[in-house]
Design a protein around this ligand. Structure first.
Ligand code: BES
Ligand code: ZN
Length: 626
């Protein structure tokens, strides 16, 4: 632990120094990743060759991972990798792939968050090592689904989720976003099941029955992804298509048919798409996130398939990561806002460009509402900053909408200062000048200073930038969107609650999901049983096929103390959906009272084994009250 703290202190001090002196190139080059054991300043992975055998019965991957590397320190005699709960059988080394010979390896002590280091000795001349290993059923980066948890109900399913530091639970590698490597892979699946990865792939296995993959662009480890199951494909456009279970494929292809256009819109704004194809992989409902921007193959929750194409800003978000995140990558997890804040800003711009300003503004307002919620939930001022002074121990534990929405608001504010045209040119050059590189917040500030602030002196001060990034309070001059549609929703809700209008008169039958979200967002916790009943009767909220509306409704019913009659439906919902953004608010609302907490614990005991390991940890934290 002491080494963790000292590295953390070092990182914090270099951020502080750099903010004071943004152009210092010596410090700018020094990236300290407190979430990785890797000695990547000495030996740096350049290419991976991954071979996996998928064993559903034992819930494990048997693997051989080869790492090709360059030595930044010529006399380095070891490579240090990250692992978590891997059974490491052997390690071998080779010079340029010639004769492999066994080499020594040592697994370090286990840390609950970081896992174990794996130090592999490098004989003189070695340029590659390979590790023979298997994963454990509890690998935090994998979810193994029973057939009952899939749409088809007949075949099992497996998917990975590597971000932030879970790649190490299924691949021994330098698990830091500051390290980029190309990869190739081959995956053996049970008969009839297909494997897909975040890479170029073909629609047939090779002669040996293995699915093969190639990712020619260098990517950070958190973007390596795998899914295995009864997976079919449907094309949507020249560069876009969707993978899903056969039972889900048609609805998914309809829902996401506008993706090809979004891709073109994004290219027009932010430069060429550099990854070849852009496909989607629709996962079963236990996928713990809305989406994950795995390159060439975004993973997406089925809970956005609502038949009305209204939740596709999720796709715009994951697509936008092809610029902010995958092309220019946060160098450490403290710089997470460089991925997510930028991407959220890009998403609003894409929504506006493709679907009009009114829809873009509605989404911005909903984003700000989630920022306000997470500001209130934050345990300390440290969590409210865009970049904390000291790295958090566990990136999963501090995950919130703050880097997303505060980050986006920061960029909106910069846009307002310099004008859209100038700011767009700036953003585009940020992506071009840092393509296929990782970047730190100080590097961004230095670039901002150099390209924008210095060119137009007096517009924005260093203190203002610092307030956005390193101070807890939101700057008072943040620029917020307004929306006539959402103002009407407010008026309708408030008038109905005050008894001055009827439910039929508020226009809700024509509301989009965004209007419903806003309706629930502003709902007081004091609504009466009769009011909630009237709402449910009129709009059939209980059991709504729209998972977002259902989640908001159940939360409201629980918050108002009116959920007793709905518990069977709430339990069914929590047993079906595993997306954290939808289930966490329900668990949190239940946990607010002692009786509710007991109910939540009982439900979790029944359904929790169906959640992804990351979702299990999140719910357990809520129920423990930490
Ligand atoms: N990269 C994130 C998901 C993520 C973040 C996974 C951190 C693990 C650790 C992805 O791009 C994302 O932001 N997903 C959001 C989408 C939303 C903001 C449109 C989600 O899942 O809710
Ligand atoms: Zn994202």
């Amino acid at each position: 632990m002491s080494s963790f703290l000292s590295r953390a202190a070092l990182a914090a001090s270099s951020i502080a120094v750099l903010i004071l002196s943004p152009m210092n190139p010596v410090l700018a080059a020094e990236v300290v990743d407190t979430h990785s054991y890797a000695n990547s300043a000495e030996v740096r992975t350049t290419h991976l060759v991954i071979d996996l055998d998928v064993d559903f019965a034992k819930r494990r991957l048997k693997g051989v991972t080869e790492l090709q590397f360059e030595k930044l320190k010529p006399d380095a005699d070891r490579i240090v990798l990250d692992t978590r709960a891997l059974d490491v059988r052997s390690a071998e080394a080779s010079a340029d792939g010639k004769a492999w010979a066994a080499t020594q390896f040592v697994l370090g002590a286990n840390d609950a968050v970081l896992g174990q280091s794996l130090t592999v000795s490098l004989p003189a001349g070695a340029t590659r090592v390979r590790i023979v290993y298997s994963t454990k059923p509890e690998a935090t980066g994998l979810q193994w689904l029973k057939p009952a948890q899939t749409a088809g109900k007949k075949q099992p399913f497996l998917f990975s989720q590597s971000e932030a530091i879970h790649a190490r639970s299924w691949l021994p590698l330098q698990d830091s976003p500051a390290v980029r490597a190309t990869y190739e892979a081959s995956v053996k699946t049970p008969k009839g099941l297909r494997a897909v990865m975040s890479a170029e792939m073909s629609d047939q296995p090779d002669a040996a029955g293995r699915w093969t993959f190639k990712m020619p662009q260098p990517i950070p480890s958190y973007l390596i992804a795998l899914a295995v199951g009864d997976i079919a494909f449907q094309s949507m456009g020249p560069r876009t298509g969707v993978y899903a279970e056969p039972a889900t494929l048609k609805a998914a292809a309809y829902e996401f048919a506008e993706t090809e256009t979004t891709l073109a819109v994004c290219e027009k704004l932010f430069g060429p798409y550099r990854w070849g194809r852009y496909d989607l992989m629709v996962l079963p409902p236990s996928f713990p996130f809305g989406g994950m921007e795995n390159p060439r193959l975004t993973f997406v929750t089925p809970t956005v398939i609502t038949g009305d194409r209204l939740l596709v800003s999720l796709i715009a978000h994951e697509l936008a990561h092809s610029w902010s995140g995958n092309l220019v990558t946060n160098a450490t997890w403290e710089d997470f806002w460089l991925n997510e804040g930028f991407t959220e800003y890009l998403t609003y711009r894409l929504t506006e460009a493709q679907f009009g300003k009114a829809r873009g503004d509605m989404e911005r307002i909903i984003g700000v509402a989630s920022l306000k919620t997470d500001f209130a939930l934050a345990k300390s001022d440290e969590d409210r900053k865009l970049v904390r002074a000291f790295p958090a121990k566990d990136p999963d534990e501090v995950f919130s909408s703050i880097p997303y929405e505060r980050g986006a608001l920061f960029l909106v504010w910069l846009e307002s200062k310099f004008g859209r045209e100038t700011f767009d040119r700036f953003l585009r050059s940020w992506f071009d000048d840092h393509a296929f590189q990782s970047a730190t917040t100080p590097q961004f500030i230095a670039y901002l200073n150099d390209k924008l602030l210095k060119a137009q002196p007096g517009k924005v001060s260093a203190a203002q930038i610092d307030a956005w990034i390193s101070q807890p309070a939101l700057p008072a001059d943040a620029v917020y969107a307004t929306s006539d549609a959402l103002t009407k929703v407010d008026a309708g809700r408030d008038a109905w609650l005050a008894g001055t209008t009827t439910l039929d008169a508020i226009g809700a039958e024509k509301w989009s999901v965004q209007e419903w979200e806003h309706f629930f967002e502003g709902f007081p916790k004091t609504a009466t049983a009769a009011q909630l009943k009237a709402l449910d009767t009129r709009f059939k909220l209980t059991g709504s096929p729209n998972a977002i509306i259902a989640s908001d409704w159940y939360k409201l019913a629980i918050d108002s103390g009116q959920a007793a009659a709905l518990m069977p439906q709430i339990e069914a919902y929590l047993g079906h959906v595993g997306r954290m953004k939808l289930i966490s608010p329900i668990y949190r609302a239940l946990a607010a009272t002692e009786a509710g907490k007991a109910q939540a614990k009982a439900i979790y005991k029944k359904v929790g084994s169906g959640y992804h390991p990351i979702a299990q940890q999140t719910v357990e934290r809520i129920l423990k009250g930490s």
